[in-house]
Design a protein around this ligand. Structure first.
Ligand code: CP
Ligand code: NVA
Length: 328
């Protein structure tokens, strides 16, 4: 239970495959304890700072609820109601919060900032999403695959379809590689993960036996056990990129035709997703471009194959595992 005591959680490649698997195992154990009413509070008296430069529903909720379950307290800090960023540097903030808190969660643009917090706070720092990586999401996704795909991770075919240049696409590649999966990134030319991330994954694959395919061909969806995607425009990006994203990525929309290439596959999405007209962004995009469903159709999103809300719930159990493993 104490295998990562005092460690940071900044990106997937900081962990060995064994550590990554251990975190998934601990998540399963904690989920089971919660379900059976036997949860033990391992974080009593701990205080955790939650810094959000970008918005969140799941990640914030998961940290706060996991802390409640485990007996810890949290403080939510954003940039509009604290000094962070505009009046006080990340380095100084780290030194202040490290005197008061037992751990710090950070969500923001720059990976360099979460690393600066880690270097200067003296307490475990958790990356709740940067432009480069989304590692807490990947633990939830792995737990969801374990629950729904009845195969060892090394036999699972995991496919990511869409814009793979950003946090979720990069993290998907590295996490699935740590788990030794058949990892396939299906993206139009220019939307692949950066070369240094692919090289990193290939180095990890040499040890785990993962098979990596990066292609623009939708045929690579054939044989998938899990099909994942993410939004086409991420937090922090300008609205004027929608036009080029829709043009490039509409052929890579996860729709019934695409899912038919992999009968029995589950559909995964970190959420939030643009699958209908029930959001202001979805309506704006429809009014500007006439496209009613974006990275996934409403039909697939609501289909029996969709496990997106299990993924969302698993953010709680996996984030709890990260805090328990590093703090207890
Ligand atoms: N998937 C995810 O990180 O969700 P939030 O942005 O709501 O935290
Ligand atoms: N790529 C998305 C993930 C949201 C959870 C973003 O950064 O906005």
């Amino acid at each position: 239970m104490t295998f990562l005591t005092g460690q940071h959680f900044l990106k997937e490649s900081d962990f060995t495959p064994e550590q990554w698997l251990s975190l998934i195992g601990l998540s399963e154990q904690l989920k089971q304890e919660r379900a059976s009413g036997t949860e033990v509070q391992r974080l009593q008296g701990k205080a955790i700072a939650l810094i959000f430069e970008k918005t969140s529903t799941r990640t914030r909720a998961a940290f706060e609820v996991a802390a409640i379950h485990q007996g810890a307290g949290t403080t939510f800090l954003d940039t509009s109601s604290s000094q962070i960023g505009h009046k006080e540097s990340i380095e100084d903030t780290a030194k202040v919060l490290g005197r008061m808190y037992d751990a710090i969660q950070f969500r923001g643009d720059r990976q360099a900032d979460v690393e600066l917090l880690a270097a200067n706070s003296g307490v475990p720092v958790y990356n709740g999403l940067t432009d480069d990586w989304h590692p807490t999401q990947m633990l939830a996704d792995a737990l969801t695959i374990r629950e729904h795909v009845k195969k060892p991770f090394s036999e699972v075919v995991s496919v990511y379809v869409g814009d793979a240049r950003f946090n979720t696409g990069r993290s998907f590649l590295v996490s699935a590689t740590l788990l030794g999966q058949d990892v396939r990134i299906v993206a139009p030319a220019g939307f692949e993960p950066p070369a240094n991330v692919v090289e990193l994954a290939e180095e990890i694959a040499a040890g785990t036996g993962a098979r990596i395919t990066i292609t623009d061909s939708l045929d690579a969806v054939e044989g998938a056990d899990a099909v994942s995607t993410d939004v086409w425009v991420s937090m922090g990006e300008k609205k004027d990129v929608w036009s080029e994203r829709i043009a490039a990525l509409l052929p890579y929309q996860v729709n019934a035709g695409l899912m038919a290439k992999a009968p029995g596959a589950i559909f995964m999405h970190c959420l939030p997703a643009f699958h209908d007209q029930e959001t202001s962004v979805g309506r704006d995009v429809f009014n500007s471009f006439g496209v009613a469903e974006l990275e996934v159709t409403d039909e697939v999103f609501r289909s029996p194959a969709s496990v997106v809300f299990d993924q969302a719930e698993n953010r709680l159990h996996t984030i709890k595992a990260v805090m328990v493993a590093t703090l207890s």
